[in-house]
Design a binder for this molecule. Structure first.
Ligand SMILES: Nc1nc2c(ncn2[C@@H]2O[C@H](COP(=O)(O)OP(=O)(O)OP(=O)(O)O)[C@@H](O)[C@H]2O)c(=O)[nH]1
Ligand SMILES: [Mg+2]
Length: 197
């Protein structure tokens, strides 16, 4: 429904990365490049509208593009980044990807946009096994529901989605595209596979 050019994409890098020892995950290096650079490299051929949601090291992230932080304090989770994006970006359709997913689909934007219907609130990627709740394209009409959800103290992303008109977008041909690296072990194992290829 929206064309790819009518969408604006946010790289979510605002988490605490507690499982990664609290290091700012978007800036951790993989194959000589910070995580955020891998995501930017995948998205740049797909869209010219990219912003970064980060709560730490905003001066460093600003070298990679437009940066904004959460307006809700105490790390409410990815929905905090989505909430901030809906206030920061003046666009009907806003897409999200996490900073710790270094091999996202090269056709993510075209497939997510093509799947949306006029009444779609949220399109969420699905790898055939699992829904990928932080790889999503949403319409700004969900903002009132999102604000009520957060004000109620709710944080579980999928519970909000179930209140909306959600569709899933099939990426079962690319199951590995959504591998995300949450711990030092996952990072070193992924790095070792990457080096041996
Ligand atoms: N803006 C914002 N983004 C968040 C927040 N929590 C998580 N995220 C982002 O959501 C995505 C998925 O989160 P996780 O992989 O669980 O990352 P994380 O919360 O940094 O890591 P853990 O603390 O180990 O769970 C990542 O891109 C995070 O940057 C938050 O409180 N605010
Ligand atoms: Mg993760």
């Amino acid at each position: 429904m929206p064309t790819p050019e009518q969408t604006h994409w946010i790289i979510l890098a605002g988490g605490q990365a507690s499982r990664m020892g609290g290091n700012d995950k978007g800036l951790i290096e993989l194959a000589g490049q910070p995580f955020i650079q891998h995501v930017i490299d995948t998205l740049t051929p797909q869209t010219s509208h990219i912003s970064i949601n980060a709560n730490r090291n905003q001066n460093i992230y600003s070298q990679y593009g437009d940066v904004f932080g959460d307006s809700i304090e105490n790390y409410p989770g990815p929905l905090g980044g989505m909430h901030a994006a809906l206030h920061h970006i003046n666009n009907d359709w806003i897409g999200f990807v996490p900073c710790d997913c270094p091999q996202l689909p090269h056709d993510l934007v075209s497939r997510m946009t093509a799947a949306c219907q006029p009444d779609t609130d949220i399109a969420v990627a699905h790898n055939g096994d699992y829904i990928q709740p932080v790889v999503t394209l949403l319409h700004r009409r969900i903002l009132p529901k999102l604000e009520a959800f957060l004000a109620n103290g709710d944080r579980k992303i999928i519970l909000l989605y179930r209140q909306c008109n959600m569709i899933t977008v099939d990426f079962s041909d690319q199951t590995d595209a959504f591998i995300n690296l949450n711990t030092p072990d996952e990072l070193s194992q992924f790095g070792a596979r990457h080096d041996s290829n």
